[in-house]
Design a protein around this ligand. Structure first.
Ligand SMILES: NC(=O)c1ccc[n+]([C@@H]2O[C@H](COP(=O)([O-])OP(=O)(O)OC[C@H]3O[C@@H](n4cnc5c(N)ncnc54)[C@H](OP(=O)(O)O)[C@@H]3O)[C@@H](O)[C@H]2O)c1
Length: 349
C-alpha cells in the first residue's frame, strides 16, 4: 500500500473509531491526495529545492539542507555547536541520550551564538530526540508509563534547549530515536509526543525506522500527527540506500535526513569516478561533492564534522555546486555525474 492510500485508509478507520478534529497542517489535501503528473514537482526541480533552499515542514518549520550533528562531541559539544553556527549552519541535531549526546551543552552552544549576535532563534532549526533506550527515565517507580517517560524527557529537552528566559521555548522538531520492539509501545510514545504539537514542538519525526513502522504511524487510530521526518542511515548496506523509505518520504512530502553518509559509505564515495570527476571540476573536496549529490536526491545531510574548516568547506562547497551546475560548463559535468549517482542509490521520485 502506498503512502497516500495508507493515510487515507487510516483516516477513515480513525474517523470510525472517534470523532476528532484533525489540524489542517497535519493532513493538508496535498498530503492525502496524489498529485496529478502535471502538478508533480520534477526531479530536477526537487533537486534544486532540496539542495539550496531546504524543506518546509507541515508545521511551518524550515529545515535547511544540511544539519550539524552533535553526537559523540562530548565536552566539546558547546564549542563545536558555536563554531558550526559561526560557519553558517542553521540547523542543529541533538538527542536526550546521554550515552551519545550532550543535549545541555548543545543548548549552551546555541545560546552563546544567539547572545553573541551570530544568529536569531527564528533563523535556527533545532531538533532533538526522545530516546527509548536512554536510562534517564527507565526507573518505572518514578516513571511508570511510556507517556510519563516521554513527558519527562521532553520537559528536560525544553529546559536544555531553551534560548530565552522570557520567550516560550519551542523545538522545531522532535524525533522518536527508534521504534519500540512492538507497535503498541511505539504508538504510546507517539501519541504522547503529539500532545506537544504544534505549539511546543513544530514537527515530529522518527529515526532508525522501517517501512512497517511508518505505515503504522500513518494509519493507526489515535495518530493525528503522522511523522514529517525520517532520520535513517543512508547507506548501501541499509536496504539498498533505504530506497523504499525514501520513496515513501517523497510520496508523503516528508523530509528524509541521512546519517553516516560519509562514515557508513567508505567503500563507495572515496573511489567512485563520478565523485572525483565532480570534485575536480567544481574545485571542491571529495566529501563535499558526495554531499552535493546526496542533497540533490532529496536527502537532508547530517554532518558530524569536528573540524571548522570542514564545516565551511561543506556549506560553501555544496552551495557553490548548486549554483555552478546551472551554468553550461557545470551542467555538462553535473548531469552525467548525477545520473551515475542516481543509478547507484536508486531513483525514488
Ligand atoms: N538517529 C541516529 O540513530 C543517529 C545515529 C548516528 C548519527 N546520527 C546523527 O548524524 C550525525 C552525523 O553522524 P556521523 O558523525 O557519524 O557521520 P558523518 O557525518 O558521516 O561522519 C563524520 C566523520 O567524517 C569525517 N569527515 C572528513 N571530512 C569531512 C568533511 N569534509 N565534512 C564532514 N565530515 C568529514 C569527520 O572527521 P572530522 O571531524 O575530522 O571532519 C568525522 O569523523 C551525528 O552527529 C548525529 O547527529 C544519528
Amino acid at each position: 500500500m502506498d503512502c497516500f492510500l495508507s493515510k487515507a485508509t487510516g483516516l477513515l478507520s480513525s474517523a470510525r473509531l472517534r470523532i476528532s478534529i484533525i489540524p489542517r497542517h497535519h493532513f493538508s489535501p496535498s498530503v492525502i491526495l496524489p498529485l496529478s503528473p502535471r502538478h508533480q514537482t520534477s526531479i530536477t526541480q526537487q533537486a534544486k529545492m532540496s539542495s539550496s533552499s531546504g524543506k518546509l515542514l507541515s508545521g511551518g518549520a524550515k529545515m535547511p539542507p544540511m544539519i550539524y550533528g552533535t553526537a559523540w562531541k562530548k565536552d566539546h559539544t558547546a564549542d563545536l555547536v558555536y563554531e558550526a553556527i559561526k560557519a553558517g549552519f542553521r540547523a542543529i541535531d541533538t538527542a536526550a541520550m546521554k550515552r551519545h549526546y550532550d543535549e545541555a551543552l548543545a543548548g549552551e552552544g546555541i545560546r552563546r551564538a544567539i547572545q553573541d549576535g551570530l544568529v536569531k532563534r527564528e533563523e535556527l532549526y533545532i531538533q532533538t530526540k526522545f530516546s527509548p533506550e536512554d536510562e534517564a527515565y527507565a526507573d518505572t517507580t518514578l516513571y511508570p508509563s511510556i507517556a510519563d517517560q516521554v513527558r519527562a524527557s521532553v520537559a528536560s529537552s525544553l529546559k536544555n534547549l531553551s534560548t530565552s528566559s522570557s520567550d516560550p521555548t519551542y523545538l522545531d522538531s522532535l524525533v522518536l530515536h527508534s521504534p519500540y520492539p512492538n507497535h503498541m509501545d511505539t504508538l504510546a510514545a507517539w501519541t504522547t509526543l503529539q500532545e506537544f504539537v504544534p505549539e511546543t514542538i513544530r514537527a515530529l519525526g522518527i529515526s532508525n525506522t522501517t517501512l512497517g513502522v511508518l505505515h503504522t504511524l500513518s494509519q493507526a487510530p489515535g495518530v493525528t500527527c503522522p511523522p514529517s521526518i525520517v532520520q535513517n542511515r543512508f547507506r548501501r548496506a541499509e536496504r539498498a540506500w533505504d530506497a523504499a523509505i525514501r520513496r515513501w518520504c517523497t510520496e508523503c512530502d516528508m523530509a528524509y535526513q541521512g546519517f553516516w553518509t560519509l562514515t557508513g559509505n567508505r567503500a563507495d564515495w572515496p573511489t567512485a569516478p563520478f565523485v572525483r570527476e565532480l570534485a575536480d571540476a567544481a574545485g571542491v573536496e571529495l566529501e563535499t561533492a558526495w554531499y552535493a549529490l546526496i542533497q540533490a536526491v532529496g536527502v537532508v545531510v547530517l554532518n558530524g564534522t569536528t573540524n571548522p574548516a570542514h564545516m565551511r568547506e561543506d556549506l560553501e562547497g555544496t552551495k557553490k555546486i548548486a549554483e555552478w551546475r546551472e551554468t553550461d560548463e557545470g551542467k555538462a559535468v553535473w548531469d552525467p555525474c548525477f545520473a551515475a549517482f542516481r543509478e547507484l542509490v536508486g531513483v525514488v521520485g
